[in-house]
Write a protein that binds this ligand. Structure first.
Ligand code: DGY
Length: 294
């Protein structure tokens, strides 16, 4: 903020997600907007921001921004790739280990005061060595998650939109993987990519992990699949209508729920903020942005 203040008048929203009408009002007369994933920067915001030159999203995902509307008005849109790849990949593995080793259930048992002590067959989980990790979305984060699989003795299959060499067809990946992890951006094509038929294709012993965007998974269908034990479990960091969560998921033991923490380390969030600021300063100085979205 100090670096922005050195060159700009800064208006700061410290209230968390900004109501849409407040954002429309606030953006008038501004040259730059630093937005969060919780800010819906749609055509109305962009129209109100007639003086905007740059929208710097402090996130790698930018489905919260109407990029076409911004670009049609000559506004540069930037995001924060690379700097959050490792934090998000590490967190994905945290979820994989957490759900397969039943950490959430174990913690709830301890906190309930009902734990009666060690038992040979208590809360038995599922081992990873020799199993297949299915990575859906073969971008930076998908690659980084896959790179960590060898440490857990897992083989990797992946599928990508471009069907690049080595890519496995989605149906086959779903039916053969023991862990399916999602790393696609949210687009018209990926909304509800994991729907009822996709979930039905998965092994009954498999787990679904989502650290991408909530609407990639049909949450109602997931609750149905988990309740029916069509898959062993799921671990979610993102939800269809954050912060609301499909209520049935809260009642199920075979799902681990995190509050959108994928990139949430002090180091990573600092790097994301730094990159967003550098993008703003570059555009305002008439230089090319560091990380424009295509
Ligand atoms: C992102 O970067 O897209 C995350 O979801 C927010 O940190």
């Amino acid at each position: 903020m100090a670096r922005l203040e050195a060159v700009c008048d800064l208006e700061l929203n410290e209230q968390g997600a900004m109501p849409h009408d407040a954002l429309v009002a606030a953006v008038a007369g501004k040259h730059a907007l630093v937005s969060m994933v919780t800010d819906t920067v749609d055509a109305a915001v962009i129209e109100a921001g007639a003086d905007l030159r740059v929208i710097a999203n402090a996130a790698v995902g930018y489905n919260n921004i109407d990029v076409a509307a911004a670009q049609a008005r000559g506004i540069v849109v930037t995001n924060t790739p690379d700097v959050l790849t490792d934090a998000t990949a590490d967190f994905t593995w945290g979820l994989i280990l957490g759900i397969t080793r039943r950490l959430g259930e174990g913690e709830r048992l301890v906190r309930s005061g009902n734990w009666t002590g060690w038992a040979f067959d208590q809360l038995l989980g599922s081992s990873l060595p020799g199993k297949q990790l299915g990575v859906i979305g073969w971008g930076r984060i998908g690659h980084a998650v896959a790179a960590r699989a060898a440490a857990f003795g897992m083989s990797v299959a992946h599928t990508s939109r471009s069907n690049a060499p080595g890519s496995m067809p989605l149906d086959r990946l779903l039916s053969t993987s023991d862990i399916v992890t999602l790393h696609v951006p949210l687009t018209g094509e990926t909304r509800h990519l994991i729907d009822q038929p996709a979930l039905a294709r998965m092994k009954r012993t498999a787990y679904l992990i989502n650290t991408s965007r909530g609407p990639v998974v049909d949450e109602k269908a997931l609750a149905w699949a988990l309740r029916s034990r069509l898959l062993a479990g799921a671990a979610l960091d993102v939800y269809e209508r954050e912060p609301a969560i499909e209520l049935e998921l809260l009642t199920l033991d075979n799902v681990l729920l995190a509050p959108h923490l994928g990139s949430a380390t002090t180091e990573t969030r600092t790097a994301m903020a730094d990159l967003a600021v550098r993008n703003v300063l570059a555009v305002l100085a008439g230089e090319p942005p560091l990380t424009p979205v295509p």
